[in-house]
Design a protein around this ligand. Structure first.
Ligand code: NAP
Length: 249
């Protein structure tokens, strides 16, 4: 797979893990399109990596479809799709209302499904291609107070495995990265919730979950995403790579 100049679409590329992925892929020579809702954040990232910002609210199916069409028409055929945009809300089951469930599924699963459906058939026709889904180690095991998030990430892992098999003969690989807690705004919110509930340092509590006793960095997740891209990685498909300091070992 020739990475130089290939078009990559990274959702949620304006901050956190998505920004690190966008920077990593741009450094590897890809032409990176970043998407998300915050146009200013996307513009800033795009400007600093020589990429393109295309704002979209991906919890809206038609916006996801339009995004895929716009990239293909205005930038070029998508060779690498990174489904990274995601939300995490924690609540006990009884307080996980329909709205939490629906918005979690809409972004964490349906947006990825919609983009895969819009992008992969053309990707497969052209030959080599890569899809990498940013799931979570909550896609590999259960955690309390995260029914919607855990279910969405398990679904994303299932989508990854199904599409990997379906597209196995086409040169398109489909993989997932499954981070533990990563030092971003998302884990900041989780840490604040823990601190409020327990009076303890929330970041320390999250770090303690990993055998390495630390949060992962966005750059470590970006490296894992990149590792699925080269030609030499073409045999890896349907894999769900944990980046969690051994938490799911
Ligand atoms: P983050 O800092 O909260 O970033 C989330 C990203 O998703 C932002 O770029 C955000 O951009 C985008 N996004 C949210 N709602 C969107 C919408 N409706 N449409 C389009 N984009 C939307 O979180 P992060 O830690 O970087 O998380 C990135 C991914 O890693 C997520 O899928 C998350 O589940 C996964 N993950 C994170 C951790 C962790 O500990 N941080 C652990 C495991 C897995 P806008 O706000 O501009 O829309």
């Amino acid at each position: 797979m020739e990475l130089l100049g290939a078009v990559a679409l990274v959702t949620g590329g304006g901050r956190g893990i998505g920004e690190a992925i966008a920077r990593r892929l741009a450094a590897a020579g890809l032409r990176v399109v970043v998407s998300g809702r915050d146009a200013a954040a996307l513009e800033a990232v795009a400007a600093s990596i020589g990429g393109i910002a295309l704002p979209a609210d991906l919890s809206d199916r038609s916006a996801a479809e339009t995004l895929a069409r716009t990239v293909a028409r205005d930038v070029g055929p998508i060779a690498v799709l990174v489904n990274n945009a995601g939300i995490a809300e924690s609540a006990p089951l009884a307080r996980t209302d329909d709205a939490i469930w629906d918005r979690t599924m809409a972004l964490n699963v349906t947006a990825a499904f919609t983009l895969c459906r819009a992008v992969m058939p053309a990707m497969a026709k052209r030959g080599p291609g890569r899809v990498v889904n940013v799931a979570s180690n909550a896609g590999l095991r259960g955690y309390a107070y995260t029914a919607a998030y855990c279910a969405s990430k398990h679904a994303l892992v299932g989508l990854t495995r199904a599409l990997a098999v379906e597209f196995a003969r086409t040169g398109v690989t489909v993989n997932a990265v499954c981070p533990g807690f990563v030092d971003t705004a998302m884990s900041e919110r989780a840490a604040s919730n823990i601190a409020r509930a327990t009076g303890k340092d929330g970041k320390d509590a999250l770090a303690a979950l990993s055998p390495q006793k630390r949060l992962m960095s966005p750059e470590e997740v970006a490296h894992a995403v990149w590792s699925f891209l080269p030609h030499e990685a073409r045999g890896m498909t349907g894999q769900c790579m944990a980046v969690d300091g051994g938490q799911t070992a």
